[in-house]
Design a protein around this ligand. Structure first.
Ligand code: SF4
Ligand code: SF4
Ligand code: SF4
Length: 247
């Protein structure tokens, strides 16, 4: 089976996380699969060549014309495309941050860039692995499923579920905004477990209910402005549908 790992416009943190967290299993990856292209590890000399692959993992958002050309080529040459991380899945912070930028301004026009988009705005994406950075465990699980011809699955629970299972005190009770009820679980409630608010870096939970969440904030005497700002800022394009209910 042929795998390929690419990075569009990104911090390359997802690929770095995979390499560092897989540890000795990276060698297993090399032995088990044909990997012609692994950004940061094995790149063909002489520019980006997009090899044929059974599964392509793509990190980063689509920002430059080069991203667009590369992604179109990746889609053409890959049977299954996985968005790797929140930038690729939702556009992440860059999505919101680039909405008000005038890309027609002269100093930007020459750079051939436009507002950041997730991969799915340009091509069909077969599966999305969220997380900033992506989780090496979720990557491994998805890969194991795919090589056994089983469809990978998303966690169907929220960060709150994991947080409460750990017995953490709820930040909402301390009048702090936390997006845990709206956020897709799977990270083990990493942030609230150390006392920091969840900002939903993994995107919305499957059954995220913004109206119910805003009602909870109201009952606890917490203003909704910060929560909506955090959603817009960190949930990228996926915030759009959710926010229709919260305005
Ligand atoms: S999802 Fe986070 S870690 Fe991954 S490329 Fe984007 S900013 Fe970097
Ligand atoms: S701290 Fe956040 S994630 Fe934890 S239970 Fe409260 S709202 Fe949910
Ligand atoms: S707790 Fe929220 S912000 Fe923190 S890693 Fe999990 S989803 Fe991301």
């Amino acid at each position: 089976m042929r795998l390929a790992f690419y990075a569009l416009t990104s911090c390359e943190g997802c690929l770095t996380t995979l390499i560092t967290n897989l540890g000795p299993n990276v060698e297993v990856l090399w032995k088990m699969f044909d990997i012609d292209y692994f950004k940061l590890v094995r790149e063909p000399v002489g520019g980006t060549r997009i090899p044929k692959a059974d599964i392509a993992f793509v990190e980063g958002a689509v920002v430059t014309d080069r991203d667009r050309r590369t992604l179109t080529e990746i889609r053409k040459n890959s049977s299954f495309v996985v968005a790797l991380g929140t930038c690729a899945s939702s556009g992440n912070i860059a999505y919101a941050a680039s909405r008000d930028v005038d890309f027609e301004a002269k100093h930007l026009r020459d750079l051939e860039i436009s507002p950041a988009e997730p991969l799915s705005s340009l091509v069909a994406v077969d599966f999305e692995l969220s997380g900033c950075p992506v989780s090496a465990e979720e990557f491994t699980e998805a890969l194991l499923r795919l090589i056994n011809s089983i469809e990978p699955i998303q966690p169907d629970f929220s960060v709150c579920y994991e947080c409460k299972s750990k017995g953490n005190p709820c930040l909402l009770d301390a009048k702090k905004v936390c997006l845990g009820p709206l956020a897709m679980g799977g990270c083990g409630a990493a942030c609230p477990t150390v006392g920091s608010a969840c900002y939903s870096c993994r995107g919305p939970a499957m059954e995220a209910d913004l109206k119910a969440y805003l009602l909870t904030l109201e009952k606890k005497g917490i203003g909704k402005e910060k929560a909506l700002m955090m959603l817009r800022m960190f949930t990228g394009k996926k915030a759009k549908e959710l926010l229709k209910d919260g305005r």
